[in-house]
Design a protein around this ligand. Structure first.
Ligand code: ATP
Length: 324
């Protein structure tokens, strides 16, 4: 875009916003004659964890690959750490970490040696604030691979290999980390440890994290903000709780009394429960209050977008989102 200068008015350039790590405006992508992204707009700030959700083929990987600089967009403006990813140099790349779907190379390398080798690339890009690379022993501890440091990569189990993928992605202590379905193949304990690692990276190191996942429970646990991509656009942007509240305002209340089960939907659950207890007191048993989950919100939003049915879910998300 060309700036228009008015006579006698000097253009004051906007100061760079250091906290704005990702800035995507009206991003478009066309493969042949098919429009996959049709105007994607969102931002991510320092230390934020964003989960990009959407059905298969929605364009999540395409979006992430454009931000990583691996794919050239058809149109729109994209800034990643203040740089257009299409023009990012080595210094810019050193500030970014990428965990792709598992790779099969380097089978003969030992885990420790591989991390030292990859880490050496980042040493020239140390700053006073961020010492690069992450010391290998600490990194092995952080991803739970210390006991396997001297194993060869091809001897690792699927889940251990995925931990190594994560270690390779963060060895350069990235300011922005892309995680593509990071916990596929993790057992529940590994998944929990990984979630703790993500919180630690975001909270202590102020790493901005953009992850894709099909696991809504994981998105709910990890993300400060959820972006739902469907039909080439972001159809929802908000915290997991906000999205669930906006899409399904009603809360489900279940209880039993005198051996009979009851279910009721109410907008104001507190008031309903207060009235219920006032009326029946100790007669009320097995009381449960269930707010709509992120999964309920996701299903409602994607259903509306894909089927064209007008349930009002998308409108509610944006209308209340703009009140913030
Ligand atoms: N190189 C390509 N050439 C043509 N079409 C492509 C190419 N890469 C992806 N597509 C198409 O673009 C659409 C978006 O694909 P993308 O991989 O970005 O989706 P996704 O949201 O990551 O899906 P999934 O959840 O299945 O991983 C799909 O319809 C896919 O077939």
């Amino acid at each position: 875009m060309t700036a228009v200068e008015l006579p006698g008015v000097s253009a004051t350039p906007r100061p760079p916003d250091d906290d704005l790590v990702v800035d995507v405006r009206d991003l478009r992508m066309r493969y042949g004659t098919v429009d996959v992204l049709r105007g994607v707009t969102f931002t991510a700030r320092r230390g934020e964890v964003l989960a990009l959700l959407g059905p298969n083929g929605a364009g999540k990987t395409t979006t992430i690959e454009i931000l990583e600089g691996f794919r050239m967009r058809s149109a729109g403006e994209v800034g990643v750490l203040g740089v257009d990813p299409g023009r990012g140099d080595e210094r810019w790349r050193a500030r970014i970490g990428v965990v792709l779907q598992s790779w099969r190379d380097h089978g003969k390398w030992r885990v420790r040696d591989l991390l030292s080798h990859v880490g050496a690339f980042y040493a020239p890009y140390s700053t006073t604030r961020l010492r690069r690379p992450w010391p290998v022993a600490d990194l092995l501890d952080a991803v739970g691979l210390a006991a396997h440091a001297d194993r060869r990569v091809h001897q690792l189990s699927g889940g251990q290999r995925r931990r190594l993928d994560v270690a390779v992605g963060i060895v350069g202590r990235p300011e922005l980390l892309f995680l593509d379905e990071p916990t596929v193949g993790f057992d529940p304990a590994a998944r929990r440890e990984f979630h703790e690692l993500v919180h630690r990276l975001a909270d202590l190191d102020e790493t901005t994290i953009l992850l894709t996942t099909h696991d809504l429970d994981e998105a709910e646990k990890l993300a400060d903000r959820i972006l739902i991509l469907a039909d080439g656009r972001i159809i929802a942007d908000g915290s997991p709780d906000e999205l669930a509240r906006r899409v399904a305002g009603d809360v489900e209340i279940r209880w039993s009394r005198a051996g009979e089960r009851f279910v009721h939907s109410a907008t104001d659950a507190t008031r309903f429960v207060r009235d219920l207890l006032r009326q029946y007191g100790d007669g009320v048993e097995e009381l449960e209050v269930r707010r709509a989950s992120l999964e309920d919100a996701y299903m409602a939003l994607v259903y509306e977008q894909e089927s064209g049915a007008r349930t009002g879910a998308v409108a509610r998300v944006w209308q209340q989102g703009s009140d913030r």
